[in-house]
Design a protein around this ligand. Structure first.
Ligand SMILES: [Zn+2]
Length: 148
């Protein structure tokens, strides 16, 4: 799939294998800024694996997407904090929580939340999607995709 990151199209490769991407021998995912590609490995369960590998794959994907945003912003080359793995991971881990608060408080310009009902359901304009607040990232993706 392709996503647009600060005006640049990036190809997303999920469940990639080491035979196709030798870089995965040393990491779980990577972003190749030179060809605008984000690659996340396929993981096989073994005795040392965490239980929820899908959760981990999403975490790695978010981390790599944050790298791509920072790179495309022009900060990655000359700014120490922008190359900081700890900061990149913090954004990747905390983003969903921040997004949920933005939505709850109607603090976004691109998405209007018309109401939050007593069951914590959001009614979002620009797509007319009603859903559970804990699943909001998927809805945001749907909204952004529909809006082009
Ligand atoms: Zn990284």
């Amino acid at each position: 799939m392709k996503v647009r990151i600060l005006g640049t199209d990036y190809e997303i490769i999920k469940d990639a294998e080491e035979k196709d991407y030798s870089q995965l021998k040393k990491c779980d995912g990577f972003t190749d800024f030179s060809i605008k590609k984000i690659v996340v490995a396929e993981f096989e369960k073994d005795e040392s694996s965490i239980d929820n590998l899908e959760w981990y794959k999403k975490k790695v994907l978010r981390h790599e997407i944050v790298h791509a945003f920072i790179h495309e912003s022009g900060l990655a080359e000359n700014c120490d904090w922008a190359r900081n793995e700890e900061l990149t991971d913090w954004i990747a881990i905390q983003f969903e929580k921040i997004l949920n608060v933005f939505l709850q408080t109607n603090a976004l310009d691109s998405v209007k939340v018309s109401k939050i009902n007593h069951n914590n359901k959001l009614n979002i304009e620009h797509g007319h999607i009603i859903g559970d607040i804990s699943n909001i990232s998927k809805q945001m993706y749907t909204i952004i995709t529909k809006r082009g």
